[in-house]
Design a protein around this ligand. Sequence first.
Ligand code: SAM
Length: 387
Amino acid sequence: MKTRHHTYFENSKNMAAIPSNSVDLVVTSPPYPMIEIWDRMFAEQHLQIRNALKSRKSLLAFELMHNQLDEIWREIHRVLKDGGMACINVGDAARTINDNFMLYPNHARILSYLIKVGFNTLPLILWRKQTNAPNKFMGSGMLPSGAYVTLEHEYILILRKGPKREFKTDAEKKIRRESALFWEERNIWYSDVWLDLKGTLQKLDSSSSRLRSAAFPFDVPYRLINMFSVKGDTVLDPFLGTGTSMWAAIATARNSIGFEIDQSFRNEILPDTDVLVKFANQKIRDRIEHHLEFVQKRLETKGQLKYINKFYKFPVMTRQETELILNPLVTIAEFGENTVEVVYSCKPHSDGIQAWKEDFKAQNNISNLKKRRSKKKSQRPIQQKLL
Ligand SMILES: C[S@@+](CC[C@H](N)C(=O)[O-])C[C@H]1O[C@@H](n2cnc3c(N)ncnc32)[C@H](O)[C@@H]1O
């Protein structure tokens, strides 16, 4: 299995290089209007924005900044396939201008435009970014009524172009089954509040470019790609920054395309290929390890799991996970300018799993579990009658 990843160092207002109806999933985070770190970038893109900021016409600046983003939202609607999804991470801005403190509701403005463009809105995710910063409480402290509630969350807007995607052929159904996620991951990933991703693997350390780019944690695009696409799909990020979405696409065996206006991110997007291979394979090992921990706990507290995964031979909760496989990366190589090609193995990682299997067999072996399952099956009609 192979995937390709290409970065355009261009303005994503014009994605003419991408054919209409060719992308399966968009995962992105734009510069947030009215957040100060992005003022300069917006002002450079349009003179009117610069003037509005200078003359402190905040609502005009807010609207003009969104007009810039609107052009990109129209483009993503064009390039997405029918049934394709878009996940947009955005935060609101709280700011005092002309002595007037107010919230600039970026998520609401973007959502209402996306509906106008023709997207179907789906339930969204509140990403809670809890902070202990002393200045998180804003305004008059303990004295009513000039104190404001904290702003410790962002949004992940989730949209679909047209009706639900269908998987019709046997090959499409097989790749979908192999792209499944674990039951215990589903319970957290598909929940409407993501409580904290601070503890998750970070793509880079807190380098100055990472801070400058306002990069999201690796797990944000990693989860979204797993949730809303299958292996071999094409993922687009029109605001690529340091390339977190591209790394996540590489780690999940999806193809990807990124647009980034700032050339200085070139080395962060695709650094040393060995680093990338190691990083992605570590993520896969972590997921398997978490699953094995989950299985162990479940066995101790609730007893046997019903199904066995065909590739790893370990227990899983549901039939839908029996063909799940996380393909390890083998190589990443340059493939023309600003493009890399990734080769994956069709065999699962075995390290760590072997030791667990020995342990598991010693305690309560898999063949016993299989026997019990087939016994249960033969009893099913009687149980159903009893019900
Ligand atoms: C919030 S950051 C994205 C960070 C990214 N998710 C990451 O993890 O590194 C937004 C990025 O969009 C880029 N950008 C802003 N306007 C753009 C445009 N019109 N076309 C392409 N890139 C743009 C900025 O340079 C910035 O790197």
